[in-house]
Structure formats: C-alpha cells, structure tokens
Design a protein around this ligand. Structure first.
Ligand code: GTP
Ligand code: MG
Length: 351
C-alpha cells in the first residue's frame, strides 16, 4: 500500500497527534527520549534545551506523532499559528516540574487550556506532575492535591469549570511515565472499546489474571482487560518483553532466528544496529509463586502479555492451561487483524 506524505496534517490523523508543552527544563524531551527511543534516564541529564518545535512519528496500532513545543517559545505571538496547531491535535500533555516552584507553570497551563479548549473543545488535556522521584510519598500527594486545586480554581475564574483535565504523577526513573503515556495514547485509539471487550473475553475463557496489549518498542500498553492495573504487574510484564527479546537475540544466527522457547516458526531478523522486528515472538515463563507469564507477538509491533494463574481448582495442568490459552490467543489475533483491516478500509474509502 502506498502512503502519500503531505505537509498539512490530514484531519483524520489529527487525533493521533500529541502535543507536549510546559516550561523550560520541565522534562519534555527527556520523556520523549526515554519512552520512544529507549534512552537511559540518566543520559537525559545531557540533553540540550529544545529551541524549535520538534515532531516525531511513531507507528504502533495507530500512527502517532509527538510534537514538543519548547518552553522557550512564545506560542501566542502573532506570527505563530497556534490556532491551526491546537485544532489539529488529539491530546495536549502539559509537563510540570514538581521539584521546582510551579506557580508560573500553573498560570501558563490555564492560559493554554483556555486557548486550546476554545479552538478545539474535543482536545484531551493531560497534566504530568513530573520528576516525582525527588519527592517523598507524602509530599507527592500534597503536590498533586495543591496542583489540582489551583488548576480547578483558575479554570473556574475563566468560566471553564466543565473542562476535563487528567493528572498523573510521573518520573522517567520508574514505570510511572509509561503508565501515564499508556492511558494518554489509549484515549486516541478509536477501537479501544472493542479491544477491551476482546481482552475481557480472552480473560473469561482462559486462566488469565491480567492481560496487556503492549507496543513492543515503547512498552506502552495500548489496551488491557477491564480489571484494575497494578503497577507491579505492569512492570513484570514489560520486563518480560525485554527478557524475551534478549533471549531471542542470543539465538540469532546469520539473519535467521530459531526461537529460544515456546514458538516454533522461524522469524527473520535484520542485521545489527537497526531495531530488530522479529516476526513471531513467543515465550512462556513459570514463576516461583505458581503463576506464569505468557507472551505472543501480534500485528503491528504489538505483543500480548498475560499473567496466567495456577489453575489447580479446575484440575488443569499448566500444559493444558497453556494449550487453551494458545488456542484463544490465535482467535484473538485473528479478530485483531480483522478489526485492523476494517478500520483501514473505512479510512481508505473516506479518502
Ligand atoms: N529527577 C528527574 N529529572 C528529570 C526527569 N525528567 C527529566 N529530568 C531532567 O530534567 C532536565 C530537563 O529535561 P528536558 O527534557 O531537556 O526538558 P524540556 O522540557 O525538554 O526543556 P526545554 O526543551 O528547554 O523546553 C534534564 O536534566 C533531565 O535529566 C525526571 O523524571 N526526574
Ligand atoms: Mg526539550
């Protein structure tokens, strides 16, 4: 399929654009590098201040653009077309440095919300209370309460009390930034309700405690079943992706890979430095607490990762449990492919 590149954003793609804003040194570039380029958090220390708007494209279940508007820019000067910009984005992510004096940031934030909301009432407004690694547990809660309260007051003054704003406590030094970005990206995926339904279905028919649909490269989850997300479970599942890929790499020879465990199909791998995209990753690992981790690659750089419980209640051996899950996961993958083709079709017809 041939995709035409155009300079003007296609309005149909528009809600897959995320705009990152916030004062200087807040952490916008760092977030981008860590989440989407696997940069080590400590290496962000050496990042230079961004001097002009920068856009990066990421392809996952949906094609995503992330655009950083540097803190040193004044978007409201007349020669900057903020109106067009805001009308074409799906989410505004505002980064607040919680280790710094944040009152200026809050004034800036409400000014931006007022403008963005006027131009684009459907925009999702997401606030990251960032760099919380430097704050004590108590202080985090206080900062969050204070920031939410003040933002609410400012919006009330502006007559914008109906505007929905979501807040997240984040840091690039732990998984909180991935968790926040997962939730933000999910709001931009039109197929989310069907995906969640499909995952709930899978959980109901297999001995699965929790299942995520991960973007392999970024470790963002684009969907999960409707049971609550526990950050530790998320961490274990995200790390399982890395372990699986590392193991896979060990077994790569001369451009063909034979799989470390599970699976059976041979995948092809491209040579070294470019990020490898194996085609049929699969792996299972049994944990000491009796449960197991299950990973299977899906379409478009996605992997399904599930926590399987020890199903002694139903007298199932782990092998038969896995056989059932294998079967259901194949069905899930087929539905996913069908759903994806259908959404492409609609998209193409509309062109
Ligand atoms: N402690 C801590 N420091 C962070 C975190 N995220 C980013 N930083 C640091 O914050 C500093 C500034 O980060 P940048 O990503 O350059 O900030 P920016 O928002 O892109 O700044 P401008 O481009 O000037 O608008 C860097 O030294 C990062 O290492 C975090 O979660 N915790
Ligand atoms: Mg920057």
């Amino acid at each position: 399929m041939v995709m035409e590149a155009t300079l003007i954003p296609n309005p149909k793609d528009s809600n897959a654009t995320i705009l990152l804003m916030g004062l200087r040194r807040g952490g916008k570039s760092s977030i981008c590098k860590v989440v989407f380029h696997n940069m080590q958090p400590l290496d962000t220390l050496y990042l230079e201040s961004t001097s002009k708007p920068t856009t990066e494209q990421f392809s996952s279940l949906i094609d995503l653009s992330v655009m950083e508007l540097p803190g040193q820019l004044n978007y409201f000067e007349p020669n900057y077309d903020s109106e067009r910009l805001f009308s074409s984005v799906g989410a505004l992510v505002y980064v607040i440095d919680s280790q710094d004096e944040y009152l200026n940031a809050l004034t800036n934030l409400s000014m931006i919300i007022e403008f963005a909301y006027k131009v684009n009432p459907k925009i999702h407004i997401e606030v990251l209370i960032h760099k919380i690694d430097g704050l004590s547990e108590d202080y985090r809660m206080d900062a969050q309460r204070d920031i939410m309260q003040r933002t609410g007051d400012e919006l009330l003054d502006l007559g914008l009390e109906g505007v929905q704003v979501s807040f997240y406590l984040t840091s690039i030094f732990d998984h909180s930034i991935y968790e926040a970005f997962s939730r933000i990206v999910q709001k931009l995926i039109p197929e989310l309700p069907s995906l969640e339904n499909m995952l709930d279905n899978l959980v109901q028919h297999s001995s699965i405690d929790k299942v995520f649909l991960f973007d392999i490269n970024s470790k963002i989850y684009v969907a999960t079943d409707s049971s609550p997300v526990d950050i530790q479970t998320y961490e274990v599942c995200a790390e399982f992706i890395d372990i699986t890929i590392d193991l896979e790499d060990l077994y790569v020879e001369d451009g063909t890979s034979s799989h470390a465990n599970g699976g059976g199909t041979d995948g092809t791998s491209t040579s070294a430095p470019s990020p490898r995209t194996p085609t049929d990753l699969k792996s299972i690992s049994h944990l000491s607490n009796g449960s197991s981790l299950y990973l299977k690659q899906m379409i478009r750089g996605l992997a399904l990762v599930a926590v399987i419980r020890n199903d002694e209640v139903n007298n199932l051996t782990i092998d038969s449990t896995v056989a059932i899950i294998d079967y259901n996961v194949v069905l899930f993958k087929q539905s996913l492919m069908k759903m994806w083709e259908n959404s492409r079709l609609v998209y193409d017809e509309d062109q």
